[in-house]
Ligand binder design. Structure first.
Ligand code: GLN
Length: 462
C-alpha cells in the first residue's frame, strides 16, 4: 500500500514511480467496492509515471516528481471527465486545467483519477453523489464524511499519496477526521479556485488530504500563490514555517462540547494536554457568536449556490431533458439535480428574494462580520484556536435522514470558511470501535505553515 510518498526511494533507485503507480492502480481496483473513484486515469497515470522515472534517471526530477494524486471530481483536469457527482454534468469533459492541476503537473505529479463526492459538494456523508456512496475504509457500513469523501478514502486506503478536495464548510476536514488522515483548508485566496466548479464562491477553497504533514507541506508549497485567473486570489509572500517555541493556544472550553460523543470529549481533553506537553499555553476561550455559525453558513452557502448553479439550465450548460410543455429548464433541472441540491437552490432563492433578502441574506452578512471579528480579537493574543473537527466519529450510511441533523454535524468546521482563516484536521486516535477521531487547529489568515508545523510537532510527540 502506498502511504507517505518517500520519493527519496525513487531517487536512490530503491523503487520507481511506475511501480508505485501500478500499486496505486491495483489498490483502486482491489478496493473498488469503497466507491472512492468515479474515473480512473490508468493510461495517463502510467505514462506520467514513466516520464517521472526517466526524469529521475536523468537527474531532472521536479519538486513533486512521482507523487501520486487523486483529484476531487469538481476540479478540472483536461482529458478526464468532470461530473461533480451529478447527472447534470454526466459525460462532460473540460477544455482547460484548473490552476492547481497546472502547477502540480508542472511539478511532476501523477493524476490517478477523479474522486467521488457529494453532488456539487453539498453534503457531509458522500451520500448525495448521483453515482453511489463512498464507504469508510474502517467500516464499510459507515460514511467517509463529505463532501470530499472519495478523496479522504483514497488517501486513507493507499490509492494515492495525496488527494485534492474542496472545503466550503468543512468538506476536507470532516472527511479527513472520519477517515484518519490529515486535511487542510488553506487561507481563503491562497490557493487558486480557477477550474474549481463553484458552490459558494466566498467560502470555497481548494485544499488537500495526506497521510503525513511532510507531503502536505510539499504540495501546499506548489499550489500556494497568486493566480491572475482568480480574482479573489491574494498576493502574499509565503510565511516562514519556523516553529513557535511556546505557542499560545486558545481552546474551545470543554463545556461547549455537550452535544458531542463522550469519546470525542475525552480525545479533545487529551489533545489539549498534548499541546501543553509541546510547551504551549492553552487557555479556554469561548468565542462569542458561535451559536450563529451554522445559520450564517447555511444562509450564505445556499444563497451563493442558488446563484452559481443557475447556469445549469439545459440550454447553456448541463443535461438537457425533453419537456412536453416546452419548459426545458424546469425539466432539465428537475432531472439533473438531486434532492439536496434542489433543496439548497430553493432555500438560497428564498433568502435572496425580494422581501426576504433583508431578513436573511443581509442579516447573515452582518453576522458573518461578527464571527470574523471574534476570531480577529482572539488572534490578537493567540497563535491558534483548538477544537474538535467533528461532534462524533463516522456515522452509519443512512443514519442521518433529516437534513438538519446532517447540517449540525458541520458545527465545528463552518466558522473557518465564514472567517476565511486556515484550518487543519489531524488524526488523533480512535474510539472504542476503532473509528478515527480528528482534532482541529485554526489560525489567523496566512498562518497555514504554522498550523502544519504545529501538527507535525504533535505527531512527533505522540
Ligand atoms: N457539509 C457542508 C455542506 O453540506 C460543507 C460542504 C463543503 O464544504 N463543500 O454544505
Amino acid at each position: 500500500m502506498i502511504y507517505s510518498s518517500d520519493r527519496s526511494s525513487f531517487m536512490e533507485g530503491r523503487s520507481s514511480a511506475s511501480e508505485r503507480c501500478a500499486e496505486a492502480l491495483d489498490t483502486i481496483n482491489a478496493k473498488a467496492e469503497l466507491g472512492a473513484f468515479l474515473h480512473v486515469n490508468s493510461e495517463g497515470a502510467r505514462s506520467a509515471a514513466a516520464t517521472s522515472d526517466e526524469r529521475f534517471a536523468a537527474g531532472l526530477a521536479r519538486p513533486l516528481e512521482g507523487l501520486i494524486v487523486g483529484v476531487k471530481d469538481n476540479i478540472s483536469v483536461v482529458g478526464q471527465p468532470l461530473t461533480c457527482a451529478s447527472k447534470m454534468l454526466d459525460g462532460f469533459r473540460p477544455l482547460y486545467n484548473a490552476t492547481v492541476i497546472e502547477r502540480l503537473s508542472d511539478a511532476g505529479a501523477i493524476f490517478v483519477g477523479k474522486t467521488n463526492m457529494d453532488e456539487f459538494a453539498m453534503g457531509s456523508s458522500n451520500e448525495t453523489s448521483a453515482f453511489g456512496p463512498v464507504r469508510n475504509s474502517y467500516d464499510h457500513e459507515r460514511v467517509p464524511g463529505g463532501s470530499s469523501g472519495g478523496s479522504a478514502v483514497a488517501v486513507a486506503s493507499g490509492m494515492c499519496h495525496v488527494a485534492l478536495g474542496s472545503d466550503t464548510g468543512g468538506s476536507i476536514r470532516q472527511p479527513a477526521a472520519f477517515c484518519g488522515v490529515y486535511g487542510l483548508k488553506p487561507t481563503y485566496g491562497r490557493v487558486s479556485r480557477y477550474g474549481l466548479v463553484a458552490f459558494a464562491s466566498s467560502l470555497d477553497q481548494i485544499g488537500l488530504f495526506s497521510n503525513t504533514i511532510d507531503d502536505m507541506q510539499e504540495v501546499f508549497r506548489v499550489i500556494d500563490g497568486h493566480d491572475p485567473l482568480d480574482a479573489t486570489s491574494v498576493h502574499h509572500a509565503a510565511e516562514s514555517a519556523a516553529e513557535l517555541a511556546a505557542p499560545r493556544i486558545a481552546a474551545l472550553p470543554l463545556s461547549r462540547l455537550d452535544g458531542c460523543a463522550p469519546e470525542i470529549v475525552d480525545a479533545y481533553a487529551a489533545f489539549r494536554e498534548r499541546l501543553v506537553g509541546l510547551g504551549a499555553t492553552v487557555d479556554d476561550v469561548d468565542l462569542p457568536h458561535s451559536e450563529l455559525w451554522i445559520p450564517t453558513y447555511f444562509i450564505l452557502a445556499t444563497a451563493e449556490a442558488s446563484s452559481n448553479l443557475a447556469r445549469f439550465d439545459g440550454v447553456r450548460y448541463g443535461l438537457r431533458a425533453e419537456a412536453e410543455d416546452g419548459d426545458i429548464t424546469t425539466a432539465s433541472r428537475s432531472a439533473g439535480f438531486g434532492t439536496e441540491v434542489q433543496r439548497r437552490i430553493m432555500l438560497g432563492t428564498f433568502s435572496l428574494s425580494k422581501g426576504y433578502g433583508e431578513a436573511y441574506y443581509t442579516k447573515a452578512q452582518q453576522t458573518r462580520r461578527l464571527i470574523r471579528e471574534a476570531y480577529d480579537r482572539t488572534f490578537e493574543s493567540y497563535d491558534a484556536f483548538a477544537l474538535p473537527t467533528t461532534p462524533t466519529t463516522a456515522f452509519r450510511l443512512g443514519e442521518k435522514s433529516d437534513p438538519v441533523s446532517m447540517w449540525l454535524s458541520d458545527y465545528f468546521t463552518v466558522s473557518a470558511n465564514i472567517a476565511g482563516i486556515p484550518a487543519l484536521s489531524l488524526p488523533f486516535g480512535h474510539d472504542s470501535s476503532g473509528l478515527p477521531i480528528g482534532m482541529q487547529l485554526q489560525g489567523p489568515m496566512f498562518s497555514d505553515e504554522r498550523l502544519m508545523s504545529l501538527a507535525k510537532g504533535l505527531a512527533a510527540s505522540a
